[in-house]
Design a protein around this ligand. Structure first.
Ligand SMILES: Nc1nc2c(ncn2[C@@H]2O[C@H](COP(=O)(O)OP(=O)(O)OP(=O)(O)O)[C@@H](O)[C@H]2O)c(=O)[nH]1
Ligand SMILES: [K+]
Ligand SMILES: [Mg+2]
Length: 374
């Protein structure tokens, strides 16, 4: 065991021993900061780049293609390769022995007009993020995905889910979370200026903030907390290299479960039960993938022609994208020529509606761009 891993274990043991209360809150804050620093060191070497930076653990060299990228992550033999083949038609060897897949196999599927790249990956086990097997490469590649499918064998213990989550976590991936709404501005002088815009109920206060900053050698900064966060989330802000990625839990091999066992699984959020071998419930999986990747279809309509429903322009957006974002997606420079747009569909008050560049679009709107005269 490496020296760094030993220190990590010691701190984790100390944290487990320490009762959570007001008096120990500060001490725990310092321990959490130390732990985060050691984890970065473990992944990148001492003084190395922090997790997630370009030269940190290298992923597999697979070119991005399509509108979005999803990765299949899980223990060996849960059925990732079988799923890739079922979804995309690309053959990836599947077999009953562990570590059948030794590299990253890409495939593509089309759904609602969007081209989705799916990455089959080698299986990972506990300790993957610290370099066991190809674990680091797998998780580095997972960091490049817009959505991760954690594939689980529904006949195996649920503890596997926790282990995979912990591996992703220690590599700087935050699943199904949004980046903390915190502003941190480093300064040259003036100490730590700490402001709470909303009451903090999960351990943050001015002293904890100062202690954690000190651990990271930040002595002067403005810190504004715009939501109620945990100390761990504050450390995430300081380290600044986390990847916030949505996750779906795909419970495979449900063909070998009883109805009662299936009912228990049914109560978990973000989960999709499937059988990749029997192609069961693929429709729900595709729909959940669609919902989690925040894609929107906008159809173009050249003047005097019917809209092109086969090749939508795909926009990624948490909320509604603007006409301007749509134009920029088609090609740079289009906005220079933009006069107005005709919009049909859910976002239009009448069909069509004449709109400016700030108009907010909805899924499946049809847009015709009118260029400036001359
Ligand atoms: N019963 C059942 N078996 C399945 C299903 N999907 C895959 N399998 C079997 O599970 C075994 C492992 O499948 P793989 O697709 O190789 O699993 P993997 O996760 O890619 O495995 P590694 O590449 O070794 O990590 C094979 O024997 C598959 O036939 C399923 O839906 N139901
Ligand atoms: K296998
Ligand atoms: Mg495989």
């Amino acid at each position: 065991m490496s020296n760094v891993q030993k220190q990590i274990d010691e701190i984790e043991a100390e944290m487990a021993r320490t009762q959570k209360n007001k008096a120990t809150n500060y001490h725990l804050g310092t321990l959490k900061a130390k732990l985060a620093k050691l984890r970065s060191e473990l992944i990148n070497g001492p003084g190395g780049k922090s997790a997630g930076s370009k030269d940190a653990g290298r992923g597999f060299d697979v070119t991005k293609s399509g509108d979005t990228r999803i990765g299949l992550v899980g223990f060996p033999s849960v059925g990732k390769s079988t799923l890739l083949t079922t979804l995309t038609g690309t053959r990836s060897e599947a077999a009953a022995y562990e570590f059948t897949t030794l590299t990253c196999i890409p495939g593509t599927m089309k759904y609602k007009g969007a081209r989705i790249q799916v990455l089959d990956l080698p299986g990972i086990i506990e300790g993957a993020a610290d370099g066991k097997g190809r674990g680091r490469q797998v998780i580095s590649t997972a960091r490049t995905c817009n959505l991760i499918l954690i594939v689980l064998d529904s006949g195996k213990p649920l503890t596997h889910k926790k282990i995979i989550e912990a591996e992703l976590f220690s590599f700087g991936i935050r699943i199904n979370q949004t980046p903390p709404n915190v502003k941190l501005t480093k300064k040259d002088n003036g100490g730590i200026d700490y402001q709470e815009m909303v009451p903090q109920t999960q351990g943050m206060n001015a002293d904890v903030c100062r202690l954690v900053c000190k651990e990271f050698k930040i002595s002067c900064a403005q810190v504004i907390l715009r939501e109620d966060i945990t100390v761990d989330q504050f450390i995430d802000v300081i380290e600044g290299n986390r990847s916030y990625i949505p996750v779906l839990y795909v419970f495979n091999k449900i063909d070998s479960l009883t109805i009662e066992e299936l009912d228990i699984l049914d109560q978990m959020p973000n989960y999709v039960p499937i059988s990749s071998q029997h192609k069961w419930n693929m429709d729900e999986l595709m729909e959940e993938v669609w919902n989690k990747t925040n894609m929107m279809r906008i159809y173009t309509k050249p003047k005097g022609q019917v809209p092109d429903y086969d090749e939508p322009v795909i926009l990624h957006s948490e909320g509604s994208p603007t006409v301007e974002e749509f134009c920029n997606r088609i090609h740079r420079g289009l906005m220079d020529q933009f006069s107005h747009a005709w919009v049909w569909g859910r976002s239009a008050k009448h069909q069509p509606q004449r709109c400016g560049k700030d108009h907010l679009l909805e899924d499946e709107d049809v847009v015709q761009i009118v260029k400036k005269a001359g």
